[in-house]
Structures are given as structure tokens and as C-alpha cells.
Design a protein around this ligand. Structure first.
Ligand code: URA
Length: 247
């Protein structure tokens, strides 16, 4: 059993990591982290880009590419071994001009068969969440970190993410949404380049290249833990307060 002092150490580490992410978010969002009352360098690890240039300079530059062109470039992708195992590549779907993009982990069995994101049980719950926000699936854009199903729905491997992430980044550049909602630990960790627990990341906006990113629990987690729906509802309400009415 973990000793109480070891437990405290783990909690302290998670808190420090969470604080680092929050400070970086505040800097990226142009808020002054005056609560630090600190001169000089803010010590952070290399995974977080600490520069104090205006927020605009770190935005994903809007490209005149279309999603169709990104899809064409992706082609019959065989950049990682998942290409050989898939039934269908799941590119993403929805409104390419939406102010809101949901990013999940990777296609599951139903998604692999249909070639569409979030169409299984977790997807049906995501659809309900979107509708509870007063929107439809056609109003938002839905995609994943990976475009092909990992066998047995195992966690994506780093080399698979490295091969796939550039295309997600291109999609996000084209859409340039007001808000990205990262669904679950995996999407939040991959996009924010952190390993802070989702319990600490969720419920707060973080900066993703000048775009506000809200991490929340994955709908598949909600199927197993319906009690967490309340927190997801709080998180999506925060998203609704920043979305323009035309979204
Ligand atoms: N889970 C995900 O993360 N993405 C999907 O598309 C379906 C289930």
C-alpha cells in the first residue's frame, strides 16, 4: 500500500504540473499571471513553449487549403501500420466553418465499419451532449487524434500519433474554430503535450496555438461513470458562453 507521505508526493507533483499548464495557458491567452509576482524566467520544462510574444503570433496560421485538399493529401494513408488493419479511414465530419471542434481518441469498431467518427454508443452520447448544447452534429466538426482504428481499441502508440497528428493540425488550421473540446485523457494529453490528469485539466480553458481548448471527460468514460455527466455539462456550458451565436 502507498504510504501517506508517498501519496502526498504524488498529489503535489500532479498539482505542480497542473499549475504549470494553467500558467502557460494564461500566458498564451494574453492574461497576465500576476499571481506569480515573479521577475525573470518562469521555470518550465521544454515541452511547454514559454515566450511572451503576442497571442496572434502563436496562432495556427489560417491556410487557404480546404478540408478536401487535406483529405486528398492523406490519400489511402499507409504512413503507419494501422493503415493495413483498417476497414475505413475516419477523416472527420461536420461543418468545416464551425466555431467548435470535438477531438476524440481514435475510431472504434463501429466507426471503422462506417468511416464516420463517434457513431457507436459513445458517439450516441456525444450526439446527445451536442444537442443539449442547442446544436446538431452538422453545426460542429468531429474528429479524432488517430484516423484509423487501433486493434482491439488499444491506446494509440507514439509512432501512430506522430504519423497522424500533422493531418489533424492541418484540419484545425483550415477550420480555425473558436473552441476545441478535447474528449478524454488521450486527446487532452496529445493536444496539450502534458500528462497532467484529466481530472485537473478539465473545466478550464487551455491555449492551443491561440485557440481556446476545453478538456472534458470522454463519452465512453461517461457510459461507465454516469455521475461524471454533471461535470461534462458544466464544461460544455463554459464552451457555450464563448461560442458566437452563429456556431
Ligand atoms: N471513441 C473515440 O475516441 N472516437 C470515436 O470516433 C469513437 C469512439
Amino acid at each position: 500500500m502507498e504510504k501517506p507521505e508517498e501519496n502526498m508526493g504524488t498529489e503535489l507533483l500532479a498539482l505542480v504540473r497542473s499549475l504549470k499548464v494553467q500558467i502557460q495557458s494564461d500566458i498564451d491567452l494574453g492574461k497576465s499571471p500576476s499571481y506569480l509576482c515573479m521577475r525573470g524566467e518562469i521555470p518550465m520544462d521544454n515541452s511547454i513553449d514559454v515566450d511572451h510574444s503576442p497571442v496572434e503570433s502563436k496562432m495556427l496560421p489560417r491556410k487557404s487549403l480546404s478540408l478536401e485538399e487535406v483529405k486528398k493529401e492523406l490519400g489511402d494513408c499507409q504512413r503507419c501500420p494501422l493503415g493495413k488493419l483498417r476497414t475505413n479511414l475516419v477523416f472527420g465530419e461536420g461543418n468545416p466553418k464551425s466555431g467548435l471542434v470535438f477531438v476524440g481518441e481514435a475510431p472504434g469498431g463501429d466507426e471503422d465499419i462506417q468511416g464516420r467518427p463517434f457513431v457507436g454508443r459513445a458517439g450516441q452520447l456525444l450526439t446527445k451532449i451536442i444537442e443539449a448544447m442547442g446544436l446538431t452534429r452538422k453545426d460542429v466538426y468531429i474528429c479524432n487524434i488517430l484516423k484509423c482504428r487501433p486493434p482491439g481499441n488499444r491506446n494509440p502508440k507514439p509512432e501512430e500519433i506522430n504519423a497522424c497528428e500533422p493531418f489533424l493540425i492541418k484540419q484545425l488550421k483550415v477550420i480555425n474554430p473558436q473552441v476545441i473540446c478535447a474528449l478524454g485523457t488521450f486527446a487532452a494529453h496529445t493536444l496539450l503535450k502534458t500528462d497532467v490528469p484529466i481530472t485537473l485539466l478539465r473545466g478550464k480553458f487551455h491555449a492551443y496555438h491561440g485557440i481556446q481548448l476545453m478538456p472534458t471527460y470522454h463519452p465512453a468514460y461517461l457510459l461507465r461513470n454516469p455521475g461524471a455527466k454533471k461535470q461534462v455539462w458544466e464544461d460544455v456550458q463554459k464552451i457555450m458562453t464563448v461560442l458566437s451565436p452563429q456556431t
